[in-house]
Ligand binder design. Structure first.
Ligand code: NAD
Length: 259
């Protein structure tokens, strides 16, 4: 299947590792030129060089914090006339509902709701003028089924989901789609960190923590960044123009719901 993406240009936020990197690599595999981003310069540049070597596409890197206005400025400049925007940032820390204060919520909202909205507002008008664009937001399965210890994530991502539901319908007529990809448990540094937190809290080994989480996934395993990236590339493809404002779970069946 020809995804029709060769020569297009994408900004992939938070993409030196994990799911963001999976998306960057899958898009590069379809011939998309990239702007990649993360806070740390060295890991980001390493990941970018591997992609240049492997796929022969142009990759610009911007080391910046996507959750701040100052960090987004150079990203938006580098993105220029981007055809594709993949929104991503680190997830909020786990905790207990009664411990989070206003500052914790503001940080989570900045990272997982207001940053993607700011980038949509910066880049979508140009896509609409040019008559084609794709936005994919990496959110979480917690949008469909709450993860109690990730209340900050549940809250901030619900806000983004509501914004996308309305906005995607306002821009679809100009050839721009906005959709959300909802990861269930994937084998990344983030999953490791959450597993480690469980080990420390419950005094169990990493193997035990993983086995417990796998037991709740009908597919019997964690997802991979490659699979996740492939789904993102499809949503960006010319075949996905009729998919508008959707929330697509990639969770190995983990969320036990009919719809
Ligand atoms: P990860 O920790 O493996 O990778 C995060 C990437 O984002 C890294 O490249 C990191 O450098 C970059 N990053 C983090 N904060 C940033 C910032 N402020 N500015 C710029 N770059 C930043 O995480 P992941 O597993 O790939 O998760 C990606 C997103 O998906 C997160 O929001 C996470 O909460 C969510 N998610 C992940 C899973 C999972 O199982 N992995 C499940 C549900 C939701």
């Amino acid at each position: 299947m020809d995804f029709g993406l060769k020569g297009k240009r994408a900004l992939v936020c938070a993409s030196s590792r994990g799911l963001g990197l999976g998306c960057a690599r899958a898009l590069a595999g379809e011939g998309v030129h990239l702007v990649m981003n993360a806070r740390g310069k060295d890991v980001l540049e390493d990941a970018a060089q591997k992609i240049r070597d492997e796929f022969g596409v142009e990759v610009e890197t911007v080391a910046a914090d996507v959750t701040t206005e100052d960090g987004r400025k150079p990203l938006i400049d580098a993105a220029g006339e981007a055809d594709i925007l993949v929104n991503n940032a680190g997830g909020p820390p786990p905790g207990m509902w009664q411990d989070w204060d206003r500052e914790d919520f503001i940080r989570a909202l900045d990272a997982n709701m207001l940053a993607p909205i700011a980038l949509i507002k910066a880049l979508v008008p140009g896509m609409m003028e040019r008559g084609w664009g794709r936005v994919v937001n990496i959110t979480s399965q917690s949008v469909k089924a709450p993860i109690p210890v990730l209340g900050l994530s549940n809250s901030a991502r619900a806000g983004l989901t509501g914004y996308v539901a309305g906005t995607s319908r306002q821009v679809a007529g100009s050839g721009v789609t906005i959709n959300n990809l909802l990861p269930g448990i994937h084998d990344t540094d983030r999953a490791d960190a959450l597993d480690r937190a469980v080990c420390e809290k419950e005094g169990i080994s990493m193997e035990e923590a993983r086995a417990r989480r796998c037991a709740g996934i009908p597919a019997g395993r964690y997802g991979t960044a490659e699979e996740f990236g492939a789904a993102c590339a499809f949503l960006c493809s010319r075949h996905a123009g009729f998919i508008v404002g959707q929330n697509i779970l990639l969770d190995g069946g983990g969320v036990n719901a009919t719809l």
